[in-house]
Design a protein around this ligand. Sequence first.
Ligand SMILES: *Cc1c(COP(=O)(O)O)cnc(C)c1O
Length: 421
Amino acid sequence: MISSKEAISLENRYGAHNYHPLPVVLAKGEGVYVWDPEGNRYYDFLSAYSAVNQGHCHPKIISALKDQGETLTLTSRAFYNNVLGEYQRYVCEMFGFEKVLPMNSGAEAVETAIKITRKWGYEIKGIPQGEAKIIVCNNNFHGRTTTIISFSDDSGAHDNFGPYTPGFVKIEYNNLQQLQSALKGPNVAGFLVEPIQGEAGVMVPDDNFLKEAAALCKENNVLFICDEIQTGIARTGSLLASCGNCTCTSACERQPDHYTKPDILILGKALSGGVYPVSAVLTDDRIMDVIMPGQHGSTFGGNPLACKIAMAALDVVYEEKLAQNARKLGKIFRAEMEKLKSECSLLKTVRGKGLLNAIEINDSPESSTAWDICVSLKENGLLAKPTHGNIIRFAPPLVMTEEQLLECVAIIRKTFLSYAA
Ligand SMILES: *Cc1c(COP(=O)(O)O)cnc(C)c1O
């Protein structure tokens, strides 16, 4: 096996420099752990940006991958396949929608939702051609396509990639007044929002925000579109983060009417447990029916391998009660971080929901403090990544046990206290 040093130099030499990874090479994963080529073990506290909620190489999901991989992988949608329909029924019933459109990456699913929303705007709402507007939020992250970065205000993601796609109106996140006035503007077809802004640094909106936003959209005949690519699939302590303030403890995942139901729901990442790129757009007939044959598609979208993997990945969420576990461990984690904050001035704020949490470091976003702390955490056996300079996101796989979590808390504690000293 090649060494960490060799692996890093190969990537640097031959790969586009579109990422700035922490200096660690991963060669193996199992559950909440990953290993480097030299055999050092780490707790994964990023979970591939919440794609690996079910843990690395979950045996049930890998077994679905192997079985279907030896049977049939790709047919294209030129033909029916014997798994897609079963999968579509599974996700529709699970999330409480009438129809699903399968895609691969998250960005493609967001693009799909934008296209459906615009087409609905013209054909159902009666917006004049070329005039449809979609409201989005400041500091959003919805992916990397040309259209999506057109409404990003991260300069790295946005600058010098124009000309930009028009038709987006930006408001402040978590600001119902601004939403209300934007909704009064002409030709608004949709409001696209993350229930918690993950990339922006785990920004949790007020408890009533999603519910009120959904109601305002309904009042104005505007589609309420939730991008749950990062927050969905049990990450925040309920099957979906748009579950809002729901405090039920066990049945919630089976009661889709319990949450603030978006008109359009976008899923990706953990929909496949991080085993294969699988994304989906869910909505009801009255909206999905605007898409007719030939108007949208993907060669790989809905392939039988993806469908089998996704069903196994969703089975795991129920069977192992991952939403309940995320909720329980999240409370313990934030309580422990609050304790640490009271002892260590490096911690400015602690926030999050379920096992999607972040710590803001008491230093400027331009400082290297958060990065340096992440390097020290790595040395102590825990992998996390800074976002926006001075924020560290903590999002371990949801299969973590309480004992493992407390071990992780001890690592974080030790690292911060030694760093502050
Ligand atoms: C990761 C992410 C995306 C993009 O998904 P990709 O699979 O990387 O294209 C979109 N929206 C949100 C909220 C995400 O976290």
